[in-house]
Write a protein that binds this ligand. Structure first.
Ligand SMILES: [Zn+2]
Length: 251
């Protein structure tokens, strides 16, 4: 039996808390693991705590671009102290929608670069937020020797997808790919060895998902739709995704 992994989900988000015992039971029964990403110091702590409760939760610590003003030193220390317990660094990246001026964006870049240095030093994979900042990210990444790079919720154009493949990064698709033709076209043009799947819960998706909070239990639907788009059997794609996930995580 294979394991399916949600490559990017915020299980430490407060929205999931009341249902956590059910979520963990479902993960166990459905054979689904989670790359659990963090937003800031407090959610990094929550992620660590969750990973101690359940080995199916693979902890990623870091600072999201929305939280670039959080206490960087505390997060760096937390990552260093727990370097043998964490699976990766994330969610990190750049996003201009969260800043009002150039100084704010420069702060994001500085935080992102420090997270990349840490990932390089600790030889950990990274989970990257790249909304409308792929060009900036493509110019920064080559300066670092990184183990595994995931451009999560990939939303670039075909040329940027090619660039992502050229630099050896993984890209992930989630519930939006179930109904969005743009995402389905991108998926069909992605090298099969670089595809990962995710939910980015607790994000809410429209169309067939009716704006309900994304649950990790959406994963089989995401995999099913991806297998249809790629013309593969469900279990065939599951095996490919498991292999890709392991090589991304370096396990
Ligand atoms: Zn996210």
């Amino acid at each position: 039996m294979n394991w399916l992994t949600d490559a990017h989900i915020h299980l430490s988000d407060g929205e999931f808390k009341p249902e956590m015992p059910f979520i963990l039971t479902a993960m166990n029964k459905m054979r689904i693991k989670a790359c659990c990403v963090s937003m800031d110091y407090s959610s990094s702590n929550a992620t660590l705590h969750l990973s101690k409760q359940c080995t199916l939760v693979l902890p990623f610590l870091g600072i999201h671009p929305e939280k670039a003003n959080d206490d960087l030193e505390s997060i760096v220390n937390l990552i260093m102290e727990n370097s043998n317990k964490i699976s990766g660094i994330g969610e990190i990246g750049l996003d201009k929608t969260y800043v009002s001026d150039e100084a704010g964006f420069n702060r994001q870049i500085s935080v992102f670069e420090q997270m990349l240095s840490l990932a390089e030093k600790l030889e950990k994979p990274i989970s990257v937020h790249s909304r409308r900042t792929l060009e900036e990210i493509f110019s920064i990444l080559p300066s670092y020797r990184l183990r595994g790079v995931l451009l999560h919720w990939f939303a670039g154009n075909k040329k940027q997808l090619q660039k992502a493949m050229d630099i050896g990064s993984y890209v992930s698709y989630g519930p939006a790919m179930v109904y969005s033709q743009d995402k389905q076209i991108l998926l069909s043009q992605t090298e099969s060895s670089k595809i990962l799947l995710e939910t980015d819960g607790p994000v809410k998706y429209s169309k067939c998902f009716g704006y309900k909070t994304a649950q990790i239990t959406f994963m089989p639907s995401v995999l099913f739709r991806a297998s249809e788009i790629l013309g593969k059997r469900y279990d065939e794609l599951l095996e490919i995704i498991e292999k890709n996930t392991n090589s991304y995580l370096g396990i």
